[in-house]
Design a protein. Sequence first.
Length: 353
Amino acid sequence: MAELDQEKTEQPSSRRREQARQDGSFAVSKELSSFFVVLTGLLVLYYSGLWMVTSVADLMKKSFLLRPADLTVRDISGMFKDVSYRFFLVVAPVFFIPVVGALSYALQNGFAFTGKGITPEFSKLDPITGVKRLFSLNSVVELVKSLAKISILSYVVYTVISKEWTNLPFLMDMDAVTSMTYIGRISFRIMVKTAWVLAVIAVLDYVYQKWSFEKSLKMSKEEIKEEMRELEGDPIVKARIKSIQREMARKRMMQNVPKADVVVTNPTHIAVALMYDREKASSPLVVAKGAGQIAEKIKEIARKHGVPVVENKPLARELFKYVEIGKEIPVSLYKAVAEILAYVYRLKGKYRR
């Protein structure tokens, strides 16, 4: 039974997920990020490739036409600034590629920053732990995935180049612009097919990473119980605290019995102590009540301190059931309580309006 309890069969709690997030543990697919990087590169090449090539060519032509002998230091400085600015504009679209790669990581699990992922852990230097990680399920999956990806992409490249195999020898007779255009067109076709392959791999890998991450977060029944104890406290300790609190409340209640004007009983099971003080309340208060042994204790203290004990079964039951300790009696019980208090005051020789 102990072994079964340790099986991680329970769904992870919100606290477990939050702890994993704080530790930098996410369900992240590297293949999905790779797909977005390749896709962004394709879009940049498709929409900006020709402009980038012509801009670089134009920049080189202007640079080669300059005559250094006719240039001053100010001219060279201005030319350097102009070339740097133009070159930055040309390569600016390329900067979107790593930005999209970083955003793809963030979009998979939201923006969460933690330093635990880069904190050195000396436990990782343990060779035994390293060997276990090397032959773990994740390592095997990553190896199979890498081999499959290399094989598929190699086949894609081969299928594209094999169709152009007869045209490759003619590259030697082409001028530079024509040959570069031809090579660029073939490279673009390879990248398009590569993107389709990476899209399929990314979807499969993302599904697997989600499944694997959810499986790693699952908890055993013992872990669930331990978490509940941490959040709500140990049930044994809580019961002990409640017991102490009840005992303290009982003692405070018993201290009020000698101040009462009368104790109403039913007569064996219930006892309710009443006190009437015009300066503190407009009607009598219940200062103590109890059943069983507590009722006997209330009656014992009352007799010891000369507090009258009066039997009235209906009134005792009503007071015990509906009036909390420290609260005034309801209007419906005024008459019955007034009769008992009048009787008690006559016994004590006191008269009040």
